[in-house]
Design a protein around this ligand. Structure first.
Ligand SMILES: *[C@@H]1O[C@H](CO)[C@@H](O)[C@H](O)[C@H]1NC(C)=O
Ligand SMILES: *[C@@H]1O[C@H](CO)[C@@H](O)[C@H](O)[C@H]1NC(C)=O
Ligand SMILES: *[C@@H]1O[C@H](CO)[C@@H](O)[C@H](O)[C@H]1NC(C)=O
Ligand SMILES: *[C@@H]1O[C@H](CO)[C@@H](O)[C@H](O)[C@H]1NC(C)=O
Ligand SMILES: *[C@@H]1O[C@H](CO)[C@@H](O)[C@H](O)[C@H]1NC(C)=O
Ligand SMILES: *[C@@H]1O[C@H](CO)[C@@H](O)[C@H](O)[C@H]1NC(C)=O
Ligand SMILES: *[C@@H]1O[C@H](CO)[C@@H](O)[C@H](O)[C@H]1NC(C)=O
Ligand SMILES: *[C@@H]1O[C@H](CO)[C@@H](O)[C@H](O)[C@H]1NC(C)=O
Ligand SMILES: *[C@@H]1O[C@H](CO)[C@@H](O)[C@H](O)[C@H]1NC(C)=O
Ligand SMILES: *[C@@H]1O[C@H](CO)[C@@H](O)[C@H](O)[C@H]1NC(C)=O
Ligand SMILES: *[C@@H]1O[C@H](CO)[C@@H](O)[C@H](O)[C@H]1NC(C)=O
Ligand SMILES: *[C@@H]1O[C@H](CO)[C@@H](O)[C@H](O)[C@H]1NC(C)=O
Length: 521
């Protein structure tokens, strides 16, 4: 080839002349489009021929030569050129492969086939489509490696390969595509390290969660100033987060590194620069040290999940400066000290989990005055009594887990005012007094446990009221009341307990029956 330069030059000249001729003779755009929609038709019919299953006969009946491809289902044409500009075959239940002919849809800018059963490898001919901006093939069954030719798609903005079986490593060129804004490789079988981008254009979202990616997070990531969403969770990453993570990531909205092997302290420097951050998921790593006081500078935070780490020290009261918090999840750490009263001031808090720490003191009263609270989990070393109004202002509470503390005093009957309760676990405390019969007002109750307390009943010679009242709880599945000096008579209504009841533990309670009781009758 190198020896015949003359030939290629004259070919180019001819080619230019041909183009000029075409312009001069003023061939109508119609002719243009017809010829080329024919190319598109050829490519789409090739795709149709590779579809083995089309349960709703969408393509079978619709993709026929009777009409222009521009009228085919899932096909959009550009207004001017009448060429296929977008293909959207999402949620059609199709099974098949993508043939190389896809590379002939030369005006295609959006290729979306989410939630089907396409399999095989992604043809590298996709790289022949210079206008491609969107490739979304999420939730299919593609396998093999991510084709390296995608590198040539210099207009690519959105690459979504979520939920396939792609193997190999994250291609090193990926973050080099300067137009790329969203890349989602989550739920695949990718391994190896995250490549360090040499430079970063406009990337806003990176999701590589749910793979088998290892190594540390490249430090260049923390310079990607356009980044908004970073999901790295459920991998095998190690290393630490930089203390000044917020220095350049001023648009960051979500940082999720949950369920990895990261360690070291939680970033604490200049956190106020992450002014958009609304979700921070550090769950399930080995982060240690204290929760930084400056976490209170993340004033847009809705969701803070630091559970299952090695955090020590007190919960900083400054956490209450995150006034928009809806979820505060700190279980399974080594936190000590008291629960700050200020947490009760978080008016949007729906889920509060402080369980499996070493917190002491009482549960602040303010926590029980929260009309949006849905779940409270506080297994610790807490002491004191529940306020007499405990359930009065908790209309949305569904789950209350206070087991394995050192709480004492009675179970206030106002607990029954929390009428949405489905799960009430009070086992392994020192509650005493009479079990309130009002428990039966909790009509949605599914699981009730107060094993190993000092609870009793009105009199040893009368029927146990609370058991009788529980016959109102039609959804009750589990009942654990063992190891209490309940000491009463089994009510005759016992046979009317929920038909969904699966488990009942009432040993070491000194309950007597004045009749013969057979379960299931
Ligand atoms: C049809 O499109 C191809 C590339 O997509 C182009 O090279 C060719 O000139 C077009 N044909 C006509 C007749 O316009
Ligand atoms: C194909 O589907 C499109 C969009 O639903 C519809 O407008 C068109 O009439 C259909 N064509 C045929 C031949 O069924
Ligand atoms: C999409 O596919 C995923 C995985 O195959 C499935 O879990 C999900 O329910 C599907 N979504 C819809 C709306 O069909
Ligand atoms: C994906 O492929 C596997 C095996 O090749 C098969 O068992 C599975 O059902 C496929 N899933 C879908 C959604 O087609
Ligand atoms: C990424 O871009 C940089 C600079 O533009 C270049 O040096 C590097 O080779 C590129 N990497 C890949 C894998 O293409
Ligand atoms: C991040 O950017 C700063 C300032 O531009 C530069 O000094 C530093 O070397 C960069 N860090 C990395 C890891 O690229
Ligand atoms: C970052 O924090 C340091 C002190 O920790 C402070 O001097 C500096 O002004 C802060 N930078 C910004 C941009 O807030
Ligand atoms: C939280 O708010 C209090 C009272 O407004 C203030 O004194 C404290 O410095 C704030 N904490 C942080 C970390 O900004
Ligand atoms: C928590 O407290 C208990 C009892 O005081 C103690 O045995 C345990 O070692 C403490 N755990 C931690 C992690 O501090
Ligand atoms: C409960 O909180 C509201 C504000 O949300 C407050 O007005 C009310 O006084 C509080 N009730 C009690 C008993 O503290
Ligand atoms: C709380 O429940 C009791 C009975 O269990 C009921 O008499 C009372 O009206 C309820 N109070 C509120 C505020 O719902
Ligand atoms: C159980 O319920 C049935 C129907 O609601 C009722 O007729 C019966 O009297 C109840 N039995 C007891 C022991 O309460």
């Amino acid at each position: 080839m190198g020896g015949r330069p003359g030939l290629s030059i004259s070919f180019t000249v001819l080619h230019i002349l041909a183009c000029l001729t075409v312009t001069r003779t003023n061939i109508t755009p119609d002719f243009h489009s017809r010829t080329n929609t024919t190319t598109d038709q050829y490519a789409l019919l090739a795709l149709k021929a590779h579809i083995a299953r089309d349960p709703r006969n969408l393509l079978a009946e619709n993709w026929t030569a009777k009409a222009s491809v521009c009228y085919w289902v899932g096909v959009t044409c550009g207004a001017r050129k009448q060429r296929v500009s977008a293909l959207d075959l999402s949620f059609m239940g199709l099974r098949g492969t993508i043939p190389p002919e896809i590379g002939k849809l030369s005006f295609l800018s959006s290729f979306t086939i989410t939630n089907n059963s396409f399999h095989g490898s992604l043809p590298s001919e996709l790289a022949h489509l210079p206008r491609l901006k969107i490739v979304d093939i999420a939730n299919n069954n593609f396998s093999g490696e991510i084709p390296s030719l995608l590198n040539f798609l210099q207009k690519l903005e959105r690459l979504v390969l979520h939920g396939n079986n792609f193997m190999g490593t994250i291609p090193p060129w990926l973050f080099n595509i300067s137009t790329l804004k969203h890349v989602d490789l989550s739920h695949n079988l990718l391994h190896g390290n995250i490549p360090a981008p040499a430079e970063f254009g406009n990337i806003e979202e990176i999701d590589v969660s749910w793979n088998q990616i290892s190594g540390s997070i490249p430090s260049t990531f923390w310079n990607m100033s356009t980044l908004q969403l970073l999901y790295l969770g459920y991998n095998r990453l190690s290393g630490s987060l930089p203390d000044d993570l917020c220095q350049r990531l001023t648009f960051l909205q979500v940082l999720a590194v949950d369920d990895n092997g990261l360690f070291g302290p939680i970033p604490s420097h200049n956190l106020s620069r992450c002014r958009e951050l609304n979700a921070l998921y550090l769950w399930g790593n080995k982060f240690d040290g204290r929760i930084p006081k400056d976490i209170g500078k993340l004033t847009n935070l809705n969701w803070l999940d630091l559970g299952f780490n090695n955090l020590i020290g007190r919960i900083p009261t400054d956490i209450a400066n995150c006034t928009l918090l809806e979820v505060l999840w700190l279980p399974q750490n080594y936190l000590t000290g008291e629960i700050p009263d200020e947490i009760g001031q978080l008016r949007y808090l729906r889920f509060l989990s402080l369980g499996a720490n070493n917190l002491t003191g009482t549960i602040p009263f303010s926590i029980f005055n929260n009309s949006v609270l849905q779940a409270l989990d506080c297994k610790n070393s807490l002491s004191g009594r529940l306020p007499p109004t405990v359930g009065r202002w908790l209309p949305n509470l569904e789950v209350l887990l206070l087991w394995e503390n050192k709480l004492d005093g009675p179970i206030p009957s106002s607990i029954s005012n929390a009428s949405g309760l489905t799960t009430l676990h009070l086992s392994w405390n020192s509650f005493s007094g009479v079990v309130p019969a009002a428990l039966g007002n909790l009509r949605l109750l599914q699981s009730l446990a107060f094993k190993a307390n000092f609870l009793t009943t009105e009199s040893s010679t009368s029927e146990i009221n609370f058991l009788a009242s529980l016959t109102n709880c039609k959804y009750l599945k589990n009942l654990w009341i063992s190891e209490n000096p309940i000491n009463g008579l089994l009510p005759t209504q016992i046979g009317n307990l929920s038909s969904s009841l699966e488990i009942i533990y009432a040993d070491f309670c000194n309950i007597k029956a004045a009749f013969q009781w057979k379960l299931g009758i």
